[in-house]
Design a protein around this ligand. Structure first.
Ligand SMILES: *[C@@H]1O[C@H](CO)[C@@H](O)[C@H](O)[C@H]1NC(C)=O
Ligand SMILES: *[C@@H]1O[C@H](CO)[C@@H](O)[C@H](O)[C@H]1NC(C)=O
Ligand SMILES: *[C@@H]1O[C@H](CO)[C@@H](O)[C@H](O)[C@H]1NC(C)=O
Ligand SMILES: *[C@@H]1O[C@H](CO)[C@@H](O)[C@H](O)[C@H]1NC(C)=O
Ligand SMILES: *[C@@H]1O[C@H](CO)[C@@H](O)[C@H](O)[C@H]1NC(C)=O
Ligand SMILES: *[C@@H]1O[C@H](CO)[C@@H](O)[C@H](O)[C@H]1NC(C)=O
Ligand SMILES: *[C@@H]1O[C@H](CO)[C@@H](O)[C@H](O)[C@H]1NC(C)=O
Ligand SMILES: *[C@@H]1O[C@H](CO)[C@@H](O)[C@H](O)[C@H]1NC(C)=O
Ligand SMILES: *[C@@H]1O[C@H](CO)[C@@H](O)[C@H](O)[C@H]1NC(C)=O
Ligand SMILES: *[C@@H]1O[C@H](CO)[C@@H](O)[C@H](O)[C@H]1NC(C)=O
Ligand SMILES: *[C@@H]1O[C@H](CO)[C@@H](O)[C@H](O)[C@H]1NC(C)=O
Ligand SMILES: *[C@@H]1O[C@H](CO)[C@@H](O)[C@H](O)[C@H]1NC(C)=O
Length: 426
């Protein structure tokens, strides 16, 4: 630890020296007058404490690289710029099990367009100097152990398109200078400890099509301004501390394909015409919130819908009878609500679900469903792994061979039946 400032000074000295060596006034090979990127790469390597796969073993200056001007261009993970010789255009060292910290000298890589250090074991902070990499388009530092706050200086990266720093230990709030990241299409801080409100100015980043802030500790309301993101396809705000109503305008974003509000304290009801205003939904999750009212029947009209998770709310009334009509559903979860079934037609939804040939999970548990299960319970997908119907008032018999008709379900059929195949009242 104590050697680091000394080391950085040495590297700074090295840069100066290299500048003198590599930048003679007689240089004709390049119109640029900057030093090359070798010192920054050496600094990166010097702060890697473990390299279990030997990924950086090629990162040496040896006799064969002597002679070629920029031997480091052939090092593992290094891609040099053709337009700017001696400059690194991309640094890709993902999934190599690297431990250590990220060198602030990477901020000297003035032509760097892509930096991927994801899926390693890197610790410490994201160096604020990365805000100096003005050419940077794609930054992926996901799946590490980085901590500290998101550096506000990264708001200077005016060409940034991908900013992925999820699955770390990052805290603090989303820095206001990020309002300038006008070209960002993907912004992911998923699974960190970022707090504060969702800034309304995120609605100004209209290039966004993927906004992932799930698994943090963000609080307050969902800002209506997010509805200005007319290119947004993926919105994940799950597993935060959000409360209040989802602004009705958010349901008007017809570009949305993936919408996850699960595990918050959101309330209100879903718009009954959701099926006509969000026609492209593939996944819709609002599980573990305080939603109430009816499950909109129009959800059945979304032909692309694959994943529907509404469990753990206060939905009442019946389950829409045509819910499986598109045939696309793989996950259908409405457990832990106050849903009702009394007459046999209230179970038509189950017959409809038999239409979904890739259905993997059906969760109906802990509701107020009564009556007799229709025989179509035996006609569900052969891929079924879980069928949870416990905690209701279901009566009648079920033929045990019906359960055996689901070869992949193993013991995931969550209900209690007696040896005669009768449902036990619960
Ligand atoms: C020299 O470095 C290059 C990559 O920079 C590597 O491919 C080569 O194997 C190295 N040679 C020796 C003798 O270490
Ligand atoms: C580097 O190359 C020069 C000429 O090509 C040679 O004289 C020198 O000995 C080489 N240095 C090393 C360390 O191989
Ligand atoms: C390189 O980066 C370091 C650390 O951020 C900084 O101290 C140094 O001034 C930079 N050198 C150049 C030449 O930009
Ligand atoms: C970022 O890295 C992670 C882990 O390597 C990977 O799964 C993810 O697809 C990457 N994200 C982007 C946008 O490249
Ligand atoms: C970079 O961002 C910081 C903090 O947001 C700011 O103070 C600084 O002026 C910016 N630098 C440049 C060159 O834009
Ligand atoms: C996460 O960061 C906090 C400080 O912000 C630290 O106390 C904690 O130990 C870190 N957790 C992990 C798993 O690294
Ligand atoms: C966001 O856009 C609105 C209107 O386009 C503008 O008034 C506001 O200043 C912008 N906010 C930020 C933080 O840039
Ligand atoms: C949704 O969009 C429609 C048509 O563009 C508009 O009539 C309606 O008022 C919008 N709803 C909300 C809640 O903004
Ligand atoms: C589903 O779509 C059809 C055709 O657009 C429409 O007639 C019907 O009312 C819709 N159903 C629901 C429940 O919204
Ligand atoms: C099953 O799928 C077909 C074709 O997609 C559709 O016409 C039919 O209405 C569906 N049946 C049910 C019960 O949803
Ligand atoms: C459950 O449904 C029955 C009618 O089937 C009704 O009498 C009862 O009040 C319902 N219970 C709850 C908690 O909704
Ligand atoms: C279940 O499927 C069988 C064969 O595909 C069919 O004969 C039967 O009518 C179906 N039962 C129900 C209740 O849909």
């Amino acid at each position: 630890m104590e050697t680091r400032p000394w080391l950085l000074q040495l590297l700074a000295l090295l840069i100066t020296t290299t500048a003198l060596l590599l930048n003679p006034s007689t240089s004709t090979s390049s119109s640029t007058s900057t030093v090359d990127d070798l010192p920054a790469l050496l600094s990166l390597k010097s702060l890697i404490t473990k390299d279990p796969l030997g990924a950086l073993s090629s990162w040496t200056i040896n006799s064969s690289s002597n002679g070629s001007t920029h031997g480091f261009c052939s090092w593992t993970g290094v891609e040099c710029s053709s337009a700017h010789p001696g400059h690194v255009a991309a640094l890709r060292l993902q999934g190599l099990g690297l431990s250590g910290t990220i060198s602030p000298f990477l901020g000297n890589l003035s032509r760097l367009r892509a930096l991927d250090l994801s899926d390693n074991k890197l610790e410490g902070q994201i160096p604020p100097s990365l805000g100096n990499c003005f050419a940077l388009r794609r930054l992926n530092l996901s799946v590490n152990s980085l901590s500290g706050a998101i550096p506000p200086a990264m708001g200077n990266l005016s060409k940034l398109v991908v900013l992925a720093i999820g699955s770390n230990n990052i805290s603090g709030t989303i820095p206001p200078p990020f309002a300038d990241l006008a070209t960002v299409t993907l912004f992911s801080i998923v699974k960190n400890h970022v707090h504060g409100q969702i800034p309304p100015w995120l609605g100004n980043l209209t290039a966004l099509n993927d906004l992932n802030m799930g698994g943090n500790i963000m609080s307050g309301h969902v800002p209506p301004a997010l509805s200005k993101l007319t290119n947004l396809q993926y919105l994940n705000l799950a597993a935060n501390n959000l409360q209040g109503l989802i602004p009705p305008v958010l349901f008007n974003m017809s570009s949305l394909e993936y919408l996850n509000f699960g595990s918050n304290q959101l309330s209100g009801s879903l718009p009954q015409d959701i099926g006509s205003i969000l026609p492209n939904l593939k996944k819709f999750s609002v599980f573990y919130n305080k939603f109430e009212g009816q499950i909109p029947a129009s959800l059945s009209n979304i032909s692309s819908l694959e994943h529907l998770s509404l469990h753990g709310n206060r939905f009442r009334g019946g389950i829409p009878s045509n819910i499986g009509q598109s045939g696309c559903l793989t996950v259908f979860e409405v457990g832990n609500n106050e849903l009702q079934a009394t007459e046999s037609r209230d179970w038509d939804f189950l017959t409809s679900l038999a239409n979904c040939s890739s259905l993997v999970l059906v969760n109906l548990q802990l509701n107020n469903l009564s009556g007799i299960l229709p025989n179509s319970i035996g006609n569900l997908s052969q891929k079924l792994e879980g069928l949870r119907v416990g905690g209701n008032q279901i009566a009648g018999h079920i033929h045990l061979q019906i359960l055996e008709s689901y070869p992949t379900s193993k013991n995931y059929l969550y209900f209690r039946i007696d040896t005669m195949g009768r449902f036990l009242r619960q």
